[in-house]
Design a protein around this ligand. Sequence first.
Ligand code: ZN
Length: 287
Amino acid sequence: MPEGDTIFRAAATLHRVLAGKEVTRFESVYPALTRVADDHPIVGRTIESVSARGKHLLIAFSGDLILRTHMRMNGSWHIYPTGGRWHRPAREMRVLVGTHDAVAVAFNVPVAELLTARALARHTQLRALGPDLLSDANGARGPRAETFDRPEAIRRLRARGPDAIGDALLKQRVVAGIGNVFKSEILFLAGIDPFTPVARLSDSALNRMVDIAREQLAANVMSASQTLSPAVGRRTTRSLDPREKLWVYGRGGRRCRRCGATIQSKKTGLDARLTYWCPTCQPLQAP
Ligand SMILES: [Zn+2]
């Protein structure tokens, strides 16, 4: 699943290339989209902004029309110069927004709809999102300038008292932006066992974890190249060796980079995603 930093980076890149440009081409394989586009043509409108909210990517057109897409597990946005070769088969194209010099293509995006600003404000999925860990990130421009609501994030975490902290962190209704890779990495850096019930963690531990989550997501937005593909450039260690980018994620059975203990891994949740942790650096809190 794309993480918050991936969507944020995709939005920032699309914004840089598309904002202020006129739409010369709009296509979609989704009848619901093309029906709206027939009644309210997209071609001829100006792209005002591209932004991310949680894992939703929003493209705002002039004249009060917003394209919302959600990447889910396999979706991605690519941008190419007009006439450039795509890196994905055309049959995977779901939505296409073209300008005179560039074309933005959404591949395998399962959710796409056109909305007015008013409908977007009332959108239940967006309203339900927890505070966005990337809001107010250092260096964030335009798309994500709102203030991070820390008390609300802590309140929503607290409301998940009996849940394992690793599960709570992945819930976009609690805090928005963390996917499976960062979940394991953030809990390692915070020294928290992923299976600790939230209720057992102190306020200072939760606040420190939130700080680490914001630092890590922001650092990965800033340091990454302009690629829109997930996982490229993601790192949480400070090592310059590309083989040492992550502390625990994907390292089950290998030695902890910090203490030498064996990294553990376990499948959790309905989709059996793997959680990684170091049993020494991340001790389980006593009840
Ligand atoms: Zn360790």
